[in-house]
Ligand binder design. Sequence first.
Ligand code: SF4
Ligand code: SF4
Length: 242
Amino acid sequence: MNSVYDITFRIRRYDPELKRSYVHVYRLEAGRILRFVDLFRKINEEQDPTLAWNSSCEHGQCGTCSIRVNGKPLLACELLVENAVSYFGTTTFTIEPLDIAPVLRDLVVDIEKAYKRIAQVKPYIIQPSSKQKEEEAYCITSNELEQYVNATRCINCFCCASACISSHKGFLGPNAMLASIVRLMDPREQEKRQRLQTLYSDNGVYRCHSSKACSFVCPKEIDVAHFIALAKQGRFKTTQDE
Ligand code: SF4
Ligand code: SF4
């Protein structure tokens, strides 16, 4: 195992003033346990302060630093140099922004545009159960919670949306579907009709090809395709009919 690697980054950059897209090659020495966000910072400090990229918590909890490395969407704050070399079998990495929204600059995409698809499914409880009085907590049983708790771990990093192979341009995407399904499974949500309309709309779950690409790349290890499959099987339609 090396303690220092000679790393080559081929970074897809975009200059919004000139409307020009190009690849910039950076070479750097990197310790084995540095993360890709550390390497971007190293480039800013030692080689090129103009390289633009995004991060916030840098602990895999906010989904801000999502990028594509050799085609795979992932969180730059979770990718260690030694793991990247081992996983991809190379010290040369092509780094690109996620393709989920227009690029603003270099690795920074217009996340507000991407969030418009999430907003369409109303990622909150629209109508809480009347059983929940303001002063009391609503108790969800462990059996109920077990059915959907994994889906609540989504951080909206959009890695699944970037990996999604659906050929339908209007498909709301795996994380938007998940955001709606998790509220359908939440016993506190009473507004099922509106949710089902979006879920089974022309841009909803039937646009999914069940490829599981979304589950494969999810950094929170959520089996997104499983939840979408439940909806495709009509699991939630039955709930409405009852
Ligand atoms: S489901 Fe996973 S990959 Fe998709 S946005 Fe949520 S955390 Fe990211
Ligand atoms: S399983 Fe469906 S949502 Fe997930 S990547 Fe494939 S087509 Fe997209």
